[in-house]
Design a protein. Structure first.
Length: 632
């Protein structure tokens, strides 16, 4: 083990210096504790260790070289702001006495982190200092308490003597006061009795005078009351006559109100019966507007929105329509759907507008006036209704169908003469000529056949999507059909080998109602895909078997398989799986789409099972015909 590895294994700092204080060896712990950066070998330790006082360090190293044992140096490291200081202890050790002089000229310096020890020592010192301070304070308190007790005893004795003298004086004073108090109480009692008698006499006098005044006032009030009673009696008689008249009028009014109330109740019931169908119709209309997938807008005579449904707000928001023609140019203001509906026109127009995501969408607007064209309808708040339908997908499908029909026609036109010219070219090439010419001509012939197949796929896809795809149905026996497809596919490529698994024809004859050419097209498409994607594998399995009342055909290869993310889309039109291969080996992504549509037209199913790296298995399931149907 090298000395560097040995020193780095110590947790304490280790430094070896020579007599000139230059560093011979130093480990990582010593650099960290002394604040030394870099290797520092060959440099002066005293100047590098800025945090250690120079003079004590020099004296300790010199004493170590003299063979002495200097006392350790304890150094406080200044902390960062808001941190506590740390402490290190530096011990210097000179060469051992048993080593030959001059053979080892180095001193060992041990640097230890004694922060915790110093902190504990200072805590102990603080505790001892505090304890001594408390002892001194306790002794002073005891002395003060003794002095206070002495003062309290002297004062208590003096107070006792003064209290005895005061008690004697009070005793004498009480005797004299008792005699005087008795005489004073007798005089006070007599005085109180005289005062009570005088007060009673004055109260009786006042009471008599008040009663006299009250009697006089009561007499006057009784006379006035008698006069008022007579007046009120006369008024009451007149009022009674008026009340009888009012009562008769009130009876007549109540009878009229009862009659009116009965009429109102009858009319209220009629209004409720008339309002119920209107409310139900309004609820149905509201539910219809909310459930409509098409946008609906009702405008007034100025073209301002009056009513709009949820679909309109989702498509265009709450503002006005942004109407462009099919080339993205703005439509004239008077030709917008709102203005045409405001004028009460019946119309149907197509336009484009930005959709919710900002992409250009195609729409069809149909407008109708509300209430006809009479004067009352022109003055109505609701002038016209517009129904807007998103026809973007329909427009795209129209363009796609038009393009596919045009492309298939335009591509097929030059293919026939091109193939004839290539056949003529191959026949005219000399047999002993340049072999590359033969190869190039064969490659060109193969590419024209591939292009012919692609055009055929375009034509089939166009017919399928336009609904013009027709089948020439007949009773088809599957075993010979599958065997012929395998033989035809094997003729195109010698490898991989097609392993055919058919049931015994004599025992198990499977017949379907179908178009033999189209069914063979499906098998050839699946086999060509297997050849293309499983090139270099030993075999392709082609199996035919019974599955209840149906027949199942499996095409299984051992190729790279299909990623799980692509499995749901393999039968979609124009869908291709991205593979790290030459793009010329692929098609347009129509083959599996055509296969699915042909199988569906036969009342069957096609599905795929695959795992990436484990090949793929395509299965066709077709319903079998009964023996009676076959004979018929």
């Amino acid at each position: 083990m090298s000395i560097d590895v040995l020193l780095s294994s110590f947790r304490v700092g280790i430094v070896l210096v020579d007599s000139r204080y230059d560093i011979l060896e130093i480990n990582f712990a010593a650099r960290r504790q002394l604040g030394i950066h870099g290797t520092a070998l060959g440099q002066d330790l005293v100047h590098l260790a800025q945090s250690v006082p120079h003079r004590p360090l020099l004296e300790a190293i010199d004493a170590a070289f003299r063979g002495e044992s200097p006392a350790p140096i304890e150094v406080a490291i200044e902390p960062m702001p808001e941190d506590e200081p740390s402490y290190i202890q530096i011990s210097c050790h000179g060469p051992r006495p048993d080593v030959e002089p001059g053979k080892t000229d180095a001193a060992l310096i041990v640097v230890e982190d004694v922060t915790e020890a110093v902190r504990r020592r200072k805590q102990v010192e603080q505790i001892i200092s505090r304890e001594a301070q408390l002892q001194a304070e306790l002794a002073a308190a005891r002395t003060e308490r003794e002095r206070a007790e002495q003062r309290f005893a002297a004062e208590r004795e003096q107070l006792r003597r003064e209290n005895e003298a005061l008690a004697a004086a009070l005793s004498r004073l009480e005797t004299t006061r008792g005699q005087d108090q008795t005489a004073i109480q007798r005089l006070a009692e007599q005085n109180r009795q005289l005062l009570r008698a005088n007060e009673e006499l004055a109260a009786a006098h006042e009471q008599l005078r008040g009663m006299n005044e009250e009697l006089m006032v009561s007499t006057e009030e009784a006379q006035a009351a008698m006069e008022e009673v007579e007046t009120l009696n006369e008024e009451f008689q007149a009022t009674n006559e008026e009340l009888e008249t009012v009562n008769e009028e009130l009876q007549a009014t109540i009878e009229e109100l009862n009659t009116t109330n009965a009429d109102l109740e009858s009319r209220s019931r009629e209004i409720q019966e008339l309002a119920a169908p209107i409310e139900a119709e309004r609820a149905r209309l509201s539910a219809t507007l909310r459930s409509m997938a098409d946008a609906l807008l009702v405008v007034d005579g100025a073209g301002r929105p009056v009513v709009m449904n949820d679909a309109y707000q989702a498509m265009f928001g709450a503002g006005r329509l942004t109407v462009n023609d099919d080339k993205g140019r703005p439509v004239l203001y008077q030709d917008t759907p709102e203005q045409r509906a405001a004028r009460g026109e019946r119309f149907q127009m197509e336009f484009t507008a930005p959709g919710p995501g900002g992409a250009m969408r195609h729409f069809e607007a149909t407008g109708h006036p509300i209430g006809g064209g009479d004067a009352a309808a022109k003055d109505a708040v609701e002038r016209g209704v517009i129904v807007i339908r998103d026809i973007t997908e329909r427009s795209i499908r129209k363009l796609q169908d038009r393009f596919m029909a045009m492309a298939s026609h335009e591509l097929r036109t030059p293919l026939v003469p091109l193939r004839g010219y290539l056949d003529m070219l191959v026949s005219l090439l000399p047999a002993d000529g340049d072999p590359r010419l033969q190869r190039f001509a064969s490659l060109a012939r193969g590419q024209t056949e591939r292009l012919d197949r692609l055009v055929g796929d375009l034509v089939s896809a166009t017919r399928i999507q336009s609904g013009k795809f027709e089948l020439k149905l007949a009773n088809v026996e599957l075993a010979p059909l599958v065997a012929h497809a395998a033989e035809s596919a094997q003729a195109f490529a010698p490898t991989p080998k097609i392993h055919l698994d058919l049931p015994s024809v004599a025992k198990d004859r499977m017949v379907v109602k179908g178009d033999p050419a189209r069914l063979e097209q499906v098998l050839m498409n699946l086999l060509s895909n297997a050849f293309r994607h499983a090139d270099g594998t030993p075999r392709i399995d082609l199996r035919l078997r019974h599955a209840g009342g149906a027949a199942e055909i499996d095409v299984e290869d051992e190729g790279p398989g299909i990623p799980a993310a692509d499995l749901p889309h393999v039968f979609s039109s124009f869908y291709q799986i991205e593979r790290p291969r030459d793009a010329s080996s692929g098609g347009m992504g129509l083959g599996l789409f055509i296969c699915r549509e042909i199988v569906k037209a036969h009342g069957g199913q096609i599905f795929v099972r695959s795992a990436e790296g484990k090949g793929a298995t395509f299965t066709i399931r077709l319903p079998l015909t009964s023996n009676r149907d076959v004979h018929d």
